[in-house]
Design a protein around this ligand. Structure first.
Ligand code: ATP
Length: 232
């Protein structure tokens, strides 16, 4: 079964079709890199896959069910532009809260473990509103991973991370794939994404211009997909 299936999906903002008859899938254990220029529709698509927005037409399924079902939601980890952490809480309080919301057995210990894994241990009691963008992004990574979701939907996860944090995230993503989880990630940082990706989809003005396996040729020359199937 495909872990993520998108069938004939359209999304309109007023009269503007941001997604036009999108068909895509990601098999269990696959890593699909979603690429495309600014405004191509990557964020719109990821939010729709995550069940945050309704689509006009078409069907989206995560592990065979609607992403809007509560049971499905628990199996999704999401990193988006608006980072879903609480400014007035500390890093540790944020993660403890989310671990509780997900009903994890030992919320405090889980929070500590993820603060360590994302390099936030030293600032664990600092309020998030005082965090730099990179620190917030690390916290968003911890929050997306801590409940061990089967499907990770990541919108520009490398943005704002320094080189060390990029390496940490890449290793988390590799571990996730080794454990059989599925990843869909959008990115401008082609090199980092293609190193992990098993499949690539290129969006051009809301349409899928290319969808296929990520080849060694693409990894060696990240601009290749754009030149062959995009707008040059
Ligand atoms: P970026 O890489 O810049 O984040 P993207 O590929 O993620 O771009 P989207 O943010 O999904 O693209 O936007 C797709 C199109 O839909 C763009 O033309 C954008 O202007 C438009 N759009 C996005 N959100 C809205 C909205 N809330 N209302 C109206 N138009 C929108």
């Amino acid at each position: 079964m495909n872990a993520v299936a998108v069938e004939g999906v359209w999304k309109f903002y007023g009269d503007f079709p941001a997604l036009r008859d999108v068909n895509l899938e990601a098999a269990s254990g696959a890593c699909l890199a979603l690429i495309g220029r600014n405004g191509a529709g990557k964020t719109t698509l990821l939010r729709a896959i995550a069940g945050f927005s309704k689509t006009g037409k078409g069907v989206i399924k995560i592990l065979g069910t609607s992403p809007r079902e509560p049971a499905t939601r628990r199996n999704i980890g999401f990193i988006g532009h608006g980072i879903a952490v609480y400014d007035e809480l500390s890093a540790r309080e944020n993660l403890t809260l989310y671990a509780r919301l997900y009903g994890l057995p030992d919320p405090r210990q889980t929070a500590i473990e993820w603060l360590e894994r994302t390099g936030l241990e030293r600032v664990r009691d600092g309020l998030v509103r005082e965090f730099s963008r990179g620190m917030r992004q690390r916290l968003a990574v911890a929050r997306a991973f801590l409940h061990k979701p089967s499907v990770l939907l990541l919108d520009e996860p490398f943005t704002a991370l320094d080189d060390r944090a990029i390496a940490v995230l890449q290793s988390l993503l590799r571990d996730s794939l080794a454990e059989g989880r599925t990843i869909v990630l959008s990115t401008h940082q082609l090199r980092e994404a293609l190193e992990l990706a098993s499949d690539v989809a290129l969006l051009v003005r809301g349409q899928v211009a290319f969808h296929g396996p990520c080849t060694p040729e693409m990894v060696a020359d990240p601009g290749l997909v754009y030149r062959r199937h995009g707008e040059g």
